[in-house]
Design a protein. Structure first.
Lengths: 129, 496, 102
């Protein structure tokens, strides 16, 4: 291909991509190597123990329930979908009834997902099956 | 308005079925859910069959969506394969998911969501739509792979696949961003118009973008530099899901790959047919090694599915070198591979229903004494996969190698034939195990059931595709199939 | 004061993508792997938004929305499965995944 040339304005971007890739990779390798080489091979018991301001290390007393993660995931999913409603709201008059019906369908599909999560018991505390 | 809605009806039926299954998943029994899923899929299948060949190329809601969603014979043929693949997966495995306790109602909804994603992928005429469709299909498959959530192997396979899959998904969208930067549009026809007009334009960005997109597609196909996940994921996934991935999901990737290379990047094909040739050689050799070294049948079939991707990549790289035969050859090979692989995995999961141990070559010793009909069908599928004459797999390979020779890639065709001979080793090893070794287990009575009948029909189709035309006149055989494939490819090329 | 052009945005996006890629390749913690994939997708988002404003064409920004949605669903599925994996094994380390050697 004759018009594939290095004079393209975007060629620099590509070169930079390759170089940053190489450079970052080299840095991480170098950092690992350096930290391994420089670290003192000192396997004293006190040094390996976790620093906990004096008191003896115990298991984490207040373990966070995985329920929190599930709630967060559901929130994330339904929250992000709002992103599609902002452009629709701006062009509401232009899109007219078709856009309205379409957005209703979109919300309906989301609602089905919500009903599913509800029925599955994902919204109740300590009731995951 | 309603005509427009009718155009997207098959896809809408599938997604509505998925939602219905989701809502019913706690109230209905698995058998009923299975029937509901099959009902929605076959409704969609029937509409697509009626529509095939009758519609001209058209777009759904062009004034709102632009030309994002295209309907032509090409995409309808792929839709038929997806829905048929899902129906077969569900029907053959009716006994399997009752024998395992980890199945619940969401399984069917996930299969339907995945089929829905694949259908949009086949219809998408625009790169971002293709990306979203690919993600819908992939996310459902990720969840399906890890469906046996109390099994360590299954969850591990899923995590590996998920991480690698989402990383390569980002490559697809990066490639799209590059192309959007160069062309100013992500519509395939706009890109084709931009690429085809030779002017003083920079094609570097389009090329780099195209290569990134190809990386994603090749990864999901399991071509060799990106094959590390294939065997583990196929082993870790439950049998029905392995069957679904090997037969249906792989086809979906060729849908977008063919559309891209035939419309979008048609004039750039020459540039990357060299890259594709290298990948093809690697895939054929690496896949053969993967398949030879395995002891478990499931892992062997996973390795050999990489080799089959390699065969299709032979034809794929000859598209760029100006072979008219290549694209229909890929379509035909997809159909033949779909029949044989779905059959082979179907038999495996059918056997796995009864016993829970890992299926190795050793387990198949004397299988023909225990289950004569089933082992005969397994032998047919193995013969077809290895490309033995008088099966549909032979014709598929024949068309592929013809297209390679037509485009002057004689060495590549030769390598394909060599790997076909290598594949005889690992496929015939299974046949030998079944027929030439005495049985170690007690002989048991097995009841006749529907899944076995369905597998039998598929075995008949494999044979019919291979010899049908010469034996029974007036009934369309393999020639009919290749004509259908040609018709589909023609509908694709008429766009421009 | 230097003017910020399209090039700068693209360079930023490329650097972010490279960082994300390195993250996926070098990290062993599964949670950080998912962070890295998010960086990958958001790097592309920057590119889309920048190109879109360069052409004065709003579709690119619309695509960014879609990518946000895809990224969210990917992370939802991924983290959901990760919670499951953690419940089973008590680890979120890539090195713990050794039951299969392909």
């Amino acid at each position: 291909m004759e018009h594939v040339s290095t004079t393209s304005p975007y060629f620099g971007v590509f070169v930079l991509f390759v170089i940053t890739f190489g450079a970052f990779y080299a840095t991480t390798v170098a950092a690992r190597w350096a930290s391994r080489a420089l670290a003192r091979k000192d396997t004293e018991k006190l040094k390996l123990s976790i620093y906990e301001c004096g008191p003896e290390v115990t298991k984490q007393p207040n373990r966070i329930s995985t329920q929190f993660y599930l709630f967060a995931l559901l929130f994330l999913l339904f929250d992000v979908e709002v992103v599609f409603m902002f452009p629709w709201a701006i062009d509401f008059k232009l899109l007219g009834w078709f856009g309205f019906v379409e957005m209703l369908m979109f919300i309906l599909l989301l609602t089905i997902g919500f009903i599913y999560a509800w029925k599955k018991g994902a919204l109740e505390w300590h009731n995951i099956k | 308005m309603f005509e427009q809605l009718f155009l997207i009806l098959p896809m809408a039926i599938v997604v509505m079925g998925a939602f219905v299954l989701l809502l019913l998943s706690k109230t209905f029994s698995l058998d009923k859910l299975n029937l509901v899923a099959v009902f929605f899929l076959s409704l969609s299948f029937i509409i697509e069959i009626l529509r095939f060949g009758t519609t001209t190329v058209c777009y759904s809601f062009p004034e709102i969506f632009g030309k994002m969603y295209i309907i032509d014979d090409f995409s309808i043929l792929f839709d038929l394969m997806f829905t048929a693949g899902a129906i077969l997966t569900l029907l053959i495995n009716t006994a399997y998911f009752k024998s395992r306790n980890y199945y619940n109602g969401e399984y069917f909804a996930l299969i339907l969501f995945s089929v829905f994603g694949m259908m949009i992928l086949a219809h998408s005429n625009e790169l971002v739509t293709a990306f979203i469709a690919l993600e819908i299909a992939s996310l459902s498959v990720f969840a399906l792979v890890g469906y046996h959530k109390y099994n360590k192997v299954s969850s591990e396979a899923m995590m590996k696949y998920m991480i690698l899959g989402s990383m390569t998904g980002a490559f697809f969208i990066l490639g799209t961003a590059f192309i959007y930067g160069a062309v100013g549009s992500t519509n395939l026809e706009d890109i084709a118009a931009y690429v085809n007009v030779p002017a003083e334009k920079d094609l570097v960005l389009v090329l780099i973008g195209g290569i990134f997109i190809m990386v994603t597609i090749l990864f999901k196909m399991g071509a060799v530099p990106f094959h590390s996940w294939v065997v583990d994921v196929y082993q870790g996934a439950p049998f029905p899901v392995t069957m679904f991935m090997a037969s249906t999901f792989k086809i979906a990737l060729f849908a977008i790959a063919l559309r891209l290379s035939l419309i979008d990047f048609a004039s750039l094909n020459i540039v990357w047919s060299e890259i594709l040739q290298v990948i093809t050689v690697l895939t054929l050799i690496g896949g053969s090694f993967l398949a030879i070294t395995q002891k478990s049948i499931k892992r062997m079939l996973a390795g050999s599915s990489v080799v089959h991707s390699g065969y299709m990549l032979i034809a794929y790289s000859s598209i760029g070198l100006g072979s008219d035969m290549a694209a229909p050859a890929i379509m035909f090979y997809l159909i033949s591979y779909f029949l044989s692989a779905a059959g082979a995995f179907g038999i495996l999961s059918f056997i796995a229903t009864g016993s829970k141990k890992m299926m190795t070559y050793e387990d198949f010793k004397g299988f023909s004494e225990r289950r004569p009909y089933l082992s005969a069908m397994m032998a047919i599928f193995m013969l077809s996969l290895s490309g033995f004459p008088s099966t549909i797999g032979f014709l598929g390979k024949f068309y592929i190698f013809t297209s390679a020779i037509e485009s002057g890639q004689i060495l590549l065709a030769g390598l394909g034939i060599v790997t076909a001979f290598i594949s005889v080793y690992y496929y015939f090893k299974l046949i030998a195990m079944m027929y030439f070794y005495p049985s170690t287990d007690q002989q048991k009575k097995f009841p006749f059931d529907f899944s076995g009948l369905l597998i039998g029909v598929m075995a008949m189709m494999v044979i019919w595709g291979g010899v049908g035309t010469s034996l029974i006149p007036f009934i369309p055989g393999a020639n009919g199939l290749i004509d259908i494939a040609k018709q589909a490819i023609d509908s694709l090329q008429n766009v421009l | 004061m230097m003017e910020i052009t399209l090039q700068h945005y693209l360079v930023l996006s490329t650097i972010l993508f490279a960082i994300g890629l390195i993250g996926v390749m070098r990290r062993k913690n599964l949670l950080l792997l998912f962070f890295a994939t998010e960086i990958l997708l958001n790097a592309v988002n920057i590119a889309f938004a920048a190109i879109s404003s360069y052409y004065g064409d709003l579709t690119g920004q619309m695509f960014a929305f879609f990518i946000i949605a895809v990224a969210a669903s990917e992370v939802a599925v991924g983290l959901g499965l990760l919670v499951l994996w953690y419940k089973r094994t008590g680890k979120i380390d890539l090195d713990a995944m050794t039951s299969m050697r392909g």
